[in-house]
Design a protein around this ligand. Structure first.
Ligand code: ADE
Ligand code: ZN
Length: 339
């Protein structure tokens, strides 16, 4: 049997579904609360961790938005992002496409530029010091209005060169992609690529809407696509990537346990599946841990691991020649390993 722990450690990885606010570890939350004199409803790191028992997406989002209240300054956003990049480097992440939720901060009176500048400074430092390349994806909060999303897009337009794509996150059910058709039209006209969370808790119909109306290039989550065979055939034909987050799906009760996750079925169907961590500080593991636990729970083999690692680079927004270079480094890890 191959040494899967070493193989997964050695895998060059791309992470495509990562909310930077979801990397706020309890230790940093407590430190920032003290530094900024922000009151939070926890007295210790232990108490914070105890609060992380979720019954669905909304029960998580309530705690997640409350935790973000400790983030006030450019330095805070830098510290948050750089801490994630150091953690990612330890997992051999070579490229990351990071979500940020500006509305979580602008609605608390934090300037858009404070958020963007802090994150961007850290991404540049991550490229220089850790060799991790990155793109930023601005996510609109779908529980807020389309007008609010449009106003946020206006704030982003002067910073077009620092933001590669826009996405859609937060409470899915009851907030279909169609609510944001105009916003995404305008975003694409302005040159942004588009992605969206769809089919995490919401029905396959939301995945169809995201593809047809928002013209998305990737589906974030998408695990409920298997309920619609015609949709699966389309996703396979077009090789539309799914950024799947196994530990997140278990923590938010999309699947009862990891052994019941449909990731292997998605791969078997010929879908372009990737493994990601979503909100690792809340869900019990970064990308390496997602790989290790999923491999074990589903009995994934060497060929499937290679496919997952390759898919992530192919599904990235990197230029083709850089994708090809990363794929060679992935394949080199498998040279001589018996499947
Ligand atoms: N925001 C942060 N994590 C999310 C998730 N898993 N689904 C929707 N919105 C999110
Ligand atoms: Zn997500």
């Amino acid at each position: 049997m191959p040494d899967f722990i070493k193989l997964i450690d050695d895998l060059p990885k791309a992470e495509l579904h990562l909310h930077i606010e979801g990397t706020l570890e309890p230790e940093l939350m407590m430190r920032l609360a003290r530094r900024n004199k922000v009151r939070i409803p926890y007295r210790s790191v232990g108490e914070v961790r105890q609060a992380y028992a979720f019954s669905n997406l909304q029960s998580f989002l309530d705690i997640y938005y409350a935790g973000a209240a400790v983030l006030l300054t450019r330095q805070d956003f830098f510290d948050l992002t750089y801490a994630y990049l150091e953690r990612a480097a330890a997992d051999n992440v070579r490229h990351v496409e990071i979500f940020f939720d500006p509305q979580t901060h602008t609605e608390r009176g934090i300037a858009f530029e404070v958020v963007l500048d802090g994150i961007h400074d850290a991404l540049q430092a991550g490229q220089q010091n850790l060799g991790i390349s990155s793109y930023l994806i601005l996510c609109f909060l779908r529980h807020l209005s389309a007008d609010d999303a449009m106003a946020t897009l206006e704030l982003a337009l002067p910073h077009r060169e620092r933001i590669r794509a826009v996405g859609l996150d937060s409470s899915e059910v009851g907030h279909p992609p169609s609510k944001f058709t105009n916003v995404f039209d305008r975003a694409r006209d302005a040159g942004f690529l588009t992605v969206a969370h769809a089919g995490e808790e919401g029905p396959p119909e939301y995945i169809r809407e995201a593809l047809d109306l928002l013209k998305i290039r990737r589906i974030d989550h998408g695990v409920r696509c298997l309920e619609d065979t015609q949709l699966v055939a389309h996703l396979v034909d077009e090789q539309i990537p799914l950024t799947v987050c196994p530990l997140s799906n278990v923590k938010l009760c999309v699947f009862d346990k990891l052994e019941e996750h449909n990731l292997a079925s998605l791969l078997d169907a010929g879908l372009c599946v990737t493994i990601n961590s979503d909100d690792p500080a809340y869900f019990g593991g970064y990308i390496g841990e997602n790989f290790r636990q999923t491999r074990k729970a589903l009995g994934l083999n060497v060929t499937q691991l290679q496919l997952l690692a390759r898919n992530a680079f192919k599904a990235s927004f990197l230029p083709q020649e850089q994708i090809a270079r990363h794929l060679r480094t992935v394949d080199a890890v498998f040279d001589g390993i018996v499947a």
